[in-house]
Design a protein around this ligand. Structure first.
Ligand SMILES: CC(C)(COP(=O)(O)OP(=O)(O)OC[C@H]1O[C@@H](n2cnc3c(N)ncnc32)[C@H](O)[C@@H]1OP(=O)(O)O)[C@@H](O)C(=O)NCCC(=O)NCCS
Length: 141
């Protein structure tokens, strides 16, 4: 049977929920203030399976017309089922009209990135994003 995944936008009240999944999956302490601000100020998406949080994406304004995707994560047991793509499409649809561009950084310099690889690159390319800068360790899309 196909798993039903429900999406909704987050509010600041979801900060603890997001931080718990962040810590569990990425094994580093999230910046709670930053996440709370992002959830309050910009489009976001939460994915639930049977009322359990299995993914999130939150954003911040880089400029009035450019949104940065600050973080996107799907719990490891739910990956490769389209949840990440659905969340990305959800936040893209939630963007206010003045936002004409979305950007994000994908870096191997974070401590949780295994083997220095950037596995999310294929995810962004598959979803229509292009690399606009590459330091060798960090890619900007
Ligand atoms: C990147 C991520 C959000 C994608 O979510 P997802 O639900 O697995 O994505 P989808 O199922 O919609 O798309 C799958 C595609 O993503 C890519 N992908 C990247 N990393 C992947 C992973 N660890 N597992 C599965 N697919 C992955 C593949 O290209 C895959 O395409 P394919 O099915 O043609 O092989 C998720 O893998 C994740 O949370 N990774 C760890 C955190 C991370 O790297 N976040 C990005 C920070 S910049």
């Amino acid at each position: 049977m196909t798993q039903v995944i429900n999406l909704r936008r987050a509010t600041q009240a979801d900060t603890s929920l997001v931080c718990e999944l962040f810590e569990e999956q990425l094994h580093r302490t999230p910046n709670q203030g930053l996440i709370s601000e992002a959830l309050g100020n910009a489009p976001s998406a939460l994915a639930f399976s049977n009322d359990k949080l299995v993914g999130f994406v939150y954003c911040a304004y880089m400029a009035p017309d450019i949104m940065e995707i600050m973080n996107i994560l799907v719990t490891d047991t739910e990956r490769a089922n389209g949840v990440g793509t659905r969340m990305l499409e959800f936040v893209e649809e939630e963007m206010p009209p003045q936002v004409v561009s979305m950007m994000l950084a994908n870096s191997s310099l974070y401590p949780d990135v295994k083997g220095g690889k950037l596995p999310a690159t294929s995810f962004y390319i598959r979803n229509g994003y292009t690399v606009i800068a590459d330091t060798g360790k960090t890619r900007i899309f």
